[in-house]
Each structure stands twice: as C-alpha cells, then as structure tokens.
Design a protein around this ligand. Structure first.
Ligand code: PXG
Length: 287
C-alpha cells in the first residue's frame, strides 16, 4: 500500500507524520471519507467542497486547489491499483509548538491520502438489518463544535461508540442538546412513516450519502422531509435505515429494544438500497 503525504508516495510502514503536528497534538485538522466504485469516485466534488469548508472555518488554508486535490485522490487510487476503494483524506494544521495557538505553527498544513478497502459491517447485517441503541453522550452543541465540521477531533462520536460497544452494540443514536434525535456516531438516520422518508433537520452532519438518498427518493417519487424527530417517532416508524460513506445504506430493525415495523428491512429501505447501488455504478469522477 502506498500513502500520499504532501505530494509524495510512501510505503505504509514509512507513512509517518511529526509528533509536533497539531493534527496529532490537538485533533486540529479535517478529514473526509470517500468511496470509489468501479473506478468512479462517488460525489468527489461534494466531498472536496465539504473538506475545504471545514478547513475554511478552522482557518486552515489547504495548500492546493480543489481541482488538484481531486487529481491527488485519483493518482493515489491509481498508484494503489484500486478499482473499488475507501479513501481517507486528512488535512492537518501542520507542525507547531506545544501550545494551542495555531499562529505558532511553522509547518505548512499537511495533506494525507490513504486508500484501502473497508467493510464496516458484516454482509448479512445488510440483509437482516441491525439493532442499535441510544447512548447518553449527546452530540456536540453546534456552538461548541459544529457537527458540520468533519474535524480530526471525533471524540464526541468515539465516546458514543464506546457506550454502544460496552452495551454490546455496533452503532448508536446520539441525541442533540434538546433531546431530539441527531444522528448516529458515523451515519445519518432515516425513518419511514406513512410511506414518507423523514430525517433530522438539525444537529447532525449534512451527510453526502444522506443528500444522495434524498435525491434518489425524490426521483423515485418518495417524499422526503427534514424535520425534528424524537425517539418516540423512531420507535414507531415503519422502517429505519442509516446512511454514510463507510456504512453505505444499512437497515435498522430494532432501536432500544423496540422492534421497528415488522422487525425486518422494509420495502422502501430495500428500494433505496437498490437505487443507491445503481447510482454508485454509474455516477462519479472517472480515474
Ligand atoms: N454523521 C457523522 C457523524 C459522520 O461522521 C456521516 C454522518 C455520514 O456522512 P457521509 O458524508 O459519509 O454520508 C458521517 C461520516 C466510521 C466512519 O468508521 C464514519 C464516518 C467517517 C469516518 C469513519 O464509521 N462517517
């Protein structure tokens, strides 16, 4: 495996960054998770745009144009001869001293691109559906650390993941500071009620898979609404599924011990899963 670091490729064992990089010292940086299918990078422009937006808010100037970022991602995939891949793009603040102050970072922001294969969940879970729980850790308040930022500080989500894991679950629902459903630790959430798709309007990352599924629903004449959802609405939904680049689209059949609908993946979930697989086969940036 070859890893891209600041314009050069390194073997996995030599792919290293400085211990003085603020990305490591403070989680001061941004990332994206992207997928490619059959040599097509799915929603490349949307991911690159989100990465630059996160960095703009963090006041990290990526030393590369958006176009060149796309080219660097494609060249890393070609270097690794990967037709179907999971791509991790990381931008770090760069090297600095042992204080928080980003003005004292003397290094240029670092750019790292790792390409690999990952399957987040066992294939049978996509058929049977998964069971998830709500955890006590609430999603960051938007004015503390906005969930729109895909920053390198993912401790809010990791704490929630640990709570799910210690209770024997792989994924968790996180509530926002008002007690409404926000999202899962690494996925957005959708429910089906009266044949309509509903998904939280606030408190969550605006997932790119979420946007793609909303578009596909509209194309398939299924109405979608971004709204406020409580756990009560989730428990009493006809169907439920999660979306994310890593997990793709995965059915949920039980939440906090409550069966969702018939307790098996429902027809709209299956329709969206098929539509998603179809669109990833034909849409994307060729490399
Ligand atoms: N919410 C959060 C908090 C995320 O981190 C999503 C939603 C889905 O967004 P996209 O744009 O991918 O549809 C994410 C992204 C993992 C993992 O190991 C998950 C993400 C990123 C990195 C790792 O589960 N999810």
């Amino acid at each position: 495996m070859k890893v891209y670091i600041n314009g050069k490729f390194f073997a996995k064992e030599d792919a290293k960054v400085s211990v003085f990089d603020h990305g490591l010292l403070y989680g001061d940086g941004a990332f994206e998770g992207i997928r490619s299918y059959n040599r097509l990078i799915f929603k490349l422009n949307e991911h690159v745009e989100r990465l630059y937006e996160t960095c703009h808010t963090l006041m990290i100037e990526i030393p590369m144009s958006k176009e060149d970022m796309g080219k660097a991602i494609a060249s890393t995939l070609l270097e690794n001869k990967l037709d179907n891949a999971y791509i991790r793009v990381i931008v770090t603040r760069g090297e600095g001293d042992l204080g928080l102050d980003p003005r004292k970072c003397y290094g240029k922001p670092g750019i790292i691109i790792i390409t690999d294969k990952i399957n987040l969940y066992a294939p049978e879970l996509y058929q049977k559906g998964m069971e998830i729980i709500t955890v006590p850790t609430v999603r960051n308040h938007a004015e503390a650390l906005n969930p729109q930022l895909k920053s390198l500080n993912y401790l809010n989500n990791i704490l929630a993941k640990i709570e799910a894991n210690t209770s024997g679950y792989s994924e968790a629902i996180m509530l926002d500071t008002h007690g409404n459903v926000a999202e899962c630790t690494g996925d957005n959430i959708f429910i089906v009620k009266k044949g309509k798709l509903l998904t939280p309007a606030q408190g969550r990352l605006r997932g790119i898979t979420r946007d793609a599924v909303m578009e596909l629903a509209t194309e398939n004449r299924i109405s979608v609404e971004e709204t406020t959802l409580t756990r009560h609405e989730i428990y009493n939904a006809q169907e439920c599924f999660l979306t994310g680049t890593a997990a793709e689209l995965i059915p949920v059949v039980k939440v906090d011990g409550r069966k969702i609908g018939a307790g098996t993946p429902g027809p709209i979930t299956k329709k969206m899963l098929d539509a998603f697989h179809e669109v990833t086969k034909k849409d994307g940036m060729k490399y």
